[in-house]
Design a protein around this ligand. Sequence first.
Ligand code: ZN
Length: 114
Amino acid sequence: MVKTFQAYLPSTNRTYSCVHCRAHLASHDELISKSFQGSQGPAYLFNSVVNVACGQTEERVLLTGLHAVADIFCECCKTPLGWKYEHAYESSQKYKEGKFIIELAHMIKENGWD
Ligand SMILES: [Zn+2]
Protein backbone atom coordinates (compact mmCIF):
# COMPACT_ATOMS: atom_id res chain seq x y z
CA MET A 1 0.00 0.00 0.00
CA VAL A 2 1.32 3.42 -0.93
CA LYS A 3 1.04 5.98 1.82
CA THR A 4 -0.27 9.42 0.97
CA PHE A 5 1.15 12.25 3.00
CA GLN A 6 -0.50 15.59 3.61
CA ALA A 7 2.19 17.63 1.96
CA TYR A 8 5.19 17.07 -0.24
CA LEU A 9 8.21 19.29 -0.53
CA PRO A 10 9.75 19.81 -3.99
CA SER A 11 11.73 16.70 -4.88
CA THR A 12 14.64 18.82 -6.05
CA ASN A 13 15.21 20.26 -2.58
CA ARG A 14 17.24 18.71 0.14
CA THR A 15 14.67 17.65 2.70
CA TYR A 16 14.36 16.09 6.11
CA SER A 17 11.83 13.27 6.43
CA CYS A 18 10.25 11.37 9.31
CA VAL A 19 12.52 8.41 10.03
CA HIS A 20 9.49 6.30 10.99
CA CYS A 21 7.12 6.83 8.05
CA ARG A 22 9.14 8.92 5.52
CA ALA A 23 6.71 11.84 5.50
CA HIS A 24 8.48 15.05 4.54
CA LEU A 25 9.04 17.27 7.55
CA ALA A 26 11.15 20.23 6.50
CA SER A 27 13.25 21.67 3.71
CA HIS A 28 16.93 22.29 4.31
CA ASP A 29 16.27 25.90 3.27
CA GLU A 30 14.12 26.30 6.37
CA LEU A 31 16.87 25.20 8.75
CA ILE A 32 17.84 27.99 11.14
CA SER A 33 20.19 26.30 13.59
CA LYS A 34 21.70 22.91 14.34
CA SER A 35 22.85 23.83 17.82
CA PHE A 36 19.79 22.83 19.81
CA GLN A 37 19.36 20.11 22.35
CA GLY A 38 16.27 17.91 22.51
CA SER A 39 15.26 15.55 25.28
CA GLN A 40 17.09 12.68 23.59
CA GLY A 41 20.01 14.42 21.91
CA PRO A 42 20.76 16.97 19.20
CA ALA A 43 17.86 18.85 17.63
CA TYR A 44 17.46 21.33 14.76
CA LEU A 45 15.51 24.59 14.69
CA PHE A 46 13.34 25.11 11.58
CA ASN A 47 11.50 28.15 10.28
CA SER A 48 8.63 26.04 8.94
CA VAL A 49 7.64 22.38 8.80
CA VAL A 50 5.02 20.23 7.04
CA ASN A 51 3.02 17.15 8.02
CA VAL A 52 3.27 18.17 11.66
CA ALA A 53 0.49 18.51 14.24
CA CYS A 54 0.70 20.59 17.44
CA GLY A 55 -0.34 19.52 20.93
CA GLN A 56 -1.41 21.73 23.83
CA THR A 57 0.64 24.82 24.57
CA GLU A 58 2.20 24.80 27.99
CA GLU A 59 4.80 26.80 29.87
CA ARG A 60 8.07 25.00 30.26
CA VAL A 61 11.46 25.97 31.66
CA LEU A 62 14.11 25.08 29.11
CA LEU A 63 17.88 25.54 29.18
CA THR A 64 17.41 29.08 27.89
CA GLY A 65 14.62 30.09 30.28
CA LEU A 66 10.85 30.07 30.44
CA HIS A 67 8.99 29.46 27.18
CA ALA A 68 5.47 28.59 26.10
CA VAL A 69 5.89 25.52 23.91
CA ALA A 70 3.66 22.95 22.21
CA ASP A 71 4.76 19.40 21.51
CA ILE A 72 4.72 18.52 17.82
CA PHE A 73 3.91 15.17 16.25
CA CYS A 74 4.27 13.62 12.84
CA GLU A 75 0.77 13.91 11.39
CA CYS A 76 1.20 10.64 9.50
CA CYS A 77 2.57 8.25 12.14
CA LYS A 78 1.88 10.30 15.32
CA THR A 79 5.44 10.04 16.59
CA PRO A 80 6.46 12.91 18.90
CA LEU A 81 9.16 14.84 17.04
CA GLY A 82 9.99 17.84 19.19
CA TRP A 83 8.23 21.08 20.00
CA LYS A 84 7.16 24.49 18.72
CA TYR A 85 8.07 27.72 20.46
CA GLU A 86 4.80 29.62 20.84
CA HIS A 87 6.16 32.35 23.07
CA ALA A 88 9.51 33.34 24.56
CA TYR A 89 9.58 35.49 27.67
CA GLU A 90 13.15 36.74 27.35
CA SER A 91 13.92 39.24 24.61
CA SER A 92 17.10 37.38 23.63
CA GLN A 93 15.01 34.31 22.85
CA LYS A 94 12.26 36.04 20.82
CA TYR A 95 13.73 34.88 17.51
CA LYS A 96 12.50 31.36 18.32
CA GLU A 97 8.81 32.29 18.49
CA GLY A 98 6.74 30.40 15.93
CA LYS A 99 9.72 28.16 15.09
CA PHE A 100 9.97 24.40 15.33
CA ILE A 101 12.42 22.05 17.02
CA ILE A 102 12.78 18.54 15.59
CA GLU A 103 15.08 16.04 17.22
CA LEU A 104 17.70 14.60 14.93
CA ALA A 105 16.81 11.05 16.00
CA HIS A 106 13.44 11.40 14.21
CA MET A 107 14.73 12.69 10.86
CA ILE A 108 16.48 11.31 7.83
CA LYS A 109 17.97 13.33 5.00
CA GLU A 110 16.65 12.89 1.46
CA ASN A 111 17.47 14.24 -2.00
CA GLY A 112 20.81 15.57 -3.13
CA TRP A 113 22.83 15.47 0.05
CA ASP A 114 26.54 15.18 -0.60
ZN1 ZN B 1 6.04 9.92 10.61
